[in-house]
Design a protein around this ligand. Structure first.
Ligand code: MRU
Length: 366
């Protein structure tokens, strides 16, 4: 996607220095556009943990690059144990998005198979780039399938399609295109009039800060709303479709996504608004069925709720919102039960949120 007319991905290798991975520092957007160098496994861990990079697909690919960087730090003696330790460390950076474990395990398996090769570094990098390219392709395909949904609504309605989204499941959360935003970008490029309701997404405001930034950059009409507005808009016929992303979806179709998603699904269900989840297969947890009891939900620091960051006279400032003595709890995600999900938009097509339907698209995952 374009930032100031230059084409960007969210992660890449520094030109002329293959030992440095570069990412966009998403903590600074939309106030400033800064690139951060990641030179070690601990830099990668920091970037994921502190949400320099965030969003399930990007977390996965950043960790895959982390495994590649691990090869420069791992002595030949006791290689296998050391590299396994680094994989374990990277996987502990954040608990909810399953893409993290998926990507680390995939690269770890590859490294252990190649461990006696003189070209292990080059080959691992190729493998990382394969996963990265695959994620771009997955997002683009999700866009094509989701476009069909938007097209159908437009054909019936004849005027602007209003789509509500939560958090940021855009290209910043992925490598390019995004998951929830890919159908929106495809529709916009095709000339279908779309308008996006962007939930601000407290506490970190990924909607207000990142999704709104992306949509502005791409010229997609949108309106930022306070998190509690969606239900009201749905009751008044102002939302035609909800599309959100996911951090982990079980084989039973339960969807973990940014905190507040469940409430949007309840409101959508009550108002007969279709509620779709866009996700690549790297976000499906093939080992668990019941999201409510089996998906680990991240709890983050109290300061994210107690404080808010903004810009004042071009200076980024943080201010406190609540009394000093008040308690705070900060759950990062919630689980939307499969029964509230109209469908899953994947890279292989749209399916129902249940085991049979998911397996019919991915028969090899038995
Ligand atoms: O805490 P984050 O910003 O990493 O969470 C990201 C989300 O919850 C996204 O909305 C989600 O859809 C996954 S990324 C496509």
């Amino acid at each position: 996607m374009k930032i100031k007319s230059k084409q960007y991905h969210t992660i890449w290798l520094k030109e002329n220095d293959p030992q440095i991975v570069q990412v966009i520092d998403q903590r600074k957007l939309p106030f400033s556009f800064e690139i951060m160098d990641l030179k070690s496994v601990s830099d990668v861990f920091f970037a994921i943990r502190e949400m320099v990079v965030r969003g399930a697909p990007l977390i996965g690919i950043t960790a895959a690059y982390g495994m590649y960087l691990a090869l420069f730090e791992t002595a030949e003696k006791n290689f296998e144990n050391n590299v396994k330790e680094k994989a374990k460390f990277l996987k502990s950076a954040r608990p909810t998005a399953v893409n993290l474990a998926f990507a680390v395990d995939e690269i770890l398996r590859f490294i252990l198979k190649e461990k006696d090769s003189s070209q292990i570094i080059e080959k691992t990098l190729e493998k990382v780039h394969f996963l990265k390219t695959q994620e771009i392709l997955f997002s683009e395909r999700i866009g094509e399938f989701g476009l069909e949904l938007i097209q159908k609504i437009f054909n019936k309605k004849g005027t602007t399609v209003n789509i509500l989204t939560h958090c940021n499941a855009g290209w910043l959360a992925c490598i390019d295109w995004g998951t929830a935003t890919a159908p929106i970008y495809k529709a916009h490029l095709k000339g279908i009039p779309v308008h996006v309701w962007v939930d601000e997404t407290r506490p970190r405001n990924q909607g207000a800060r990142l999704t709104a930034f992306e949509l502005s950059e791409e010229g997609v009409p949108h309106t930022v709303i306070a998190d509690n507005t969606g239900g009201h808009l749905m009751q008044h016929g102002k939302v035609d479709l909800v599309i959100v992303g996911s951090d982990r979806t079980t084989i039973g179709g339960d969807v973990a996504n940014k905190i507040g998603t469940y409430l949007k699904a309840l409101a959508a269900n009550d108002n007969n608004v279709p509620f779709y989840v866009a996700l690549p297969s790297s976000t499906i947890d093939w080992n668990i069925e019941d999201g409510l009891t089996e998906i680990p939900i991240e709890e983050r620091g109290a300061e994210e709720v107690a404080e808010i960051e903004g810009v004042n006279k071009s200076e980024i400032k943080t201010v406190r919102l609540i009394p000093e003595k008040s308690n705070v709890v900060n759950y990062g995600f919630d689980v939307t039960p499969a029964r509230l999900v109209s469908g899953l938009i994947t890279e292989r097509g749209i399916c129902k949120a249940n085991k049979q339907s998911i397996k019919s698209l991915f028969p090899e995952k038995q």
